[in-house]
Design a protein around this ligand. Structure first.
Ligand code: TTP
Length: 210
């Protein structure tokens, strides 16, 4: 499978599900369009990442699969991507403090013909809701200083020290980390067809590593 993402979290989630990955990061303009909702934005960016990597391929990977994703944190109409710097990260964390926000991941999965042309694709957006504890200024400053927020949407990583900020998650936890892997594996099964249950395959391979 080709993973059109530089995110180490996505690599780990798919690797643990038993997929052999070739990582080919996509370089696209991630600017939000006027009037575009956060859900529409991540859906579009995932599709654009997948297509930009597919278009540059000379041949498909052995299993014919290509996956791209994009994750955003949002509240109301406000979308929080990756912070520009430490001050931006602190501002985002103060905004998330004591409140519930949404984390949406857009996913585009493609089944490619051997020459790399598109045979079929599946697109979806998964949303989880995350509630933060009230954070003190000192807690925000300490978290920003540890460096974890800088490459993450919404300036936190729930899989890292950022778990100390989180009071409650509703929905798929892996989706917050950057990839709704359980739903994705089901969609990939439908994409490859032939009655193969990729969830069973992933459980067997994942279980062997446990
Ligand atoms: C909210 C949250 C986000 N994130 C990460 C997931 C994504 O890697 C990142 C959002 O940025 P993305 O633009 O979705 O992904 P990316 O830049 O890391 O990789 P690429 O563009 O090549 O696909 O934030 C966490 O790791 N933990 C969290 O709790």
């Amino acid at each position: 499978m080709i993973l059109a993402s530089q995110s180490p979290r996505r690599r780990e989630l798919l690797g643990d599900a038993g997929f052999e990955l070739e990582v080919v990061p996509a370089d696209i303009d991630e600017t939000r369009q006027d009037g575009e909702s956060p859900v529409d934005l991540v859906g579009r960016l995932a599709a654009e990442k997948a297509e930009s990597v597919r278009a540059a391929l000379e041949h498909a990977p052995a299993d014919g699969l290509l996956v791209a994703a994009d994750t955003i944190v949002w509240m109301g109409d406000e979308a929080l991507g990756k912070p520009a710097d430490a001050a931006d990260a602190a501002a985002m964390l103060h905004e998330l403090s004591g409140r519930t926000h949404h984390v949406s991941t857009g996913v585009c999965a493609m089944l490619l013909a051997p020459d790399g042309s598109l045979e079929r694709e599946a697109r979806f957006v998964e949303t989880s809701d995350v509630t933060f504890w009230e954070l003190t200024d000192e807690q925000v400053d300490a978290y920003v200083a540890c460096g974890e927020p800088l490459d993450k949407a919404g300036a936190y990583g729930i899989q890292g020290t950022g778990r100390l900020l989180v009071r409650e998650v509703r929905g798929d936890y892996s989706n917050v980390v950057g990839l709704p892997v359980a739903r994705l594996v089901r969609e990939l099964g439908k994409l490859v067809g032939g009655g193969r249950d990729l969830v069973v395959q992933s459980i067997r391979i994942g279980g062997a590593h446990a």
